[in-house]
Design a protein around this ligand. Sequence first.
Ligand code: HEC
Ligand code: HEC
Length: 336
Amino acid sequence: MEFFDNHKKLFGATFLLFAALTILVAILPALHNQRNNAPLPNAEPLSDDAVKGKAIFIANGCVACHTQQVRNVDMDKIWGSRPSIASDYAGIHRTDIWRNTATLMGTERTGPDLTNIGSRQPSLDWNLVHLYNPRIVVKESIMPAYPWLFTIKAEPEKDDVVVSVPDEFLKGKAGKVVATPRALQLVAYLQSLKQTPLPDGRPAPEFLYKKAEKKTVAADGTVQGLDGAALYAVNCQSCHQPNGEGLKGAFPSLKGSKIVLDDDPEIMVNIIMNGYNGRAQEGFPPMPAVGTDNKLSAEEIAAIMNHEKTSWGNNAKQVTPEQVQQIVDAVKQKAE
Ligand code: HEC
Ligand code: HEC
């Protein structure tokens, strides 16, 4: 056949086939995607600091262990209030002319998903300590330390952000650990990572493959099936530590805390729902509104409080979900 002997015809035909397939499977779907997906109307663009922080996130290879995608399966519910959708990534453009769009969705989840880390862990102080050396706050952490984002200064200046690093992690270095602008920009990026709510107050769709929840309230009002220790581990332990003793100079002890041992639960519920900054003179940073940020229910808060009231040698009167609900409602009314 003449066709197979003519290299011009052969090359021309394969080239046309290649071009047609490229248009069909790559270019047309991309145009279709671009036309049909826009950022959600209430999505907030990154601040200048957060944009620089994102570049530092990329440069340090954080995406190797951290995803930014909440899959539509029930086990991903802990990473966000709804599954991720295309609109969540539609506002991300080319990094610059030389570098492609960095959606940072990731493929490996060695560490937790970071889609909503800005709500889950908004504390600047926690993030800085954790980046300096994750083992300070999470003893068994396998995340690498990033000490090059910090400098050691003998005499920090007034505007310096000093990080409370325990002596054993200073490895004999004298002075105070000070966050560099790069560390602050990286944390600004982490703090900006929040799931945008759907517009018009539309409720988030349910996750697929839901597991049945086991939870019953006994006659005496205590909640059965909710594990206070597990809830404490997820919501409070990163700062107050597994032994409840906190971290010197950074997070106060709950063991023997007057507020935890108080028979009147009001102050404690208030702290959990609205955060707390009552001990700034002692050098403690503010506590974020963990209960509100993590959307904890009255039952969950009661289970956590009872765990704290009865662990590490604490022995205080327990609370019921109704008591907690009453205080939460009263606090909300005051705020309105
Ligand atoms: C080798 C894998 C690995 C790399 C690389 C890594 N991390 Fe992690 N990260 C982890 C693991 C594991 C955890 C859970 C334990 C912990 O909190 O330290 C974690 C936890 C976190 C958390 C807390 C998440 C939560 O839900 O509490 C943040 C924030 C975080 N990493 C940010 C970063 C940033 C920023 C970088 C890059 C500078 C980075 N990580 C690089 C493995 C990694
Ligand atoms: C991001 C770190 C962080 C997390 C997470 C956190 N806390 Fe705190 N907590 C703090 C800090 C910091 C303070 C001290 C705030 C201040 O007074 O300046 C504090 C103070 C408290 C106090 C007052 C203790 C006292 O004696 O003064 C209680 C009670 C408390 N937290 C309970 C909780 C509970 C319950 C949770 C989980 C639902 C939790 N915290 C999660 C950082 C945290």
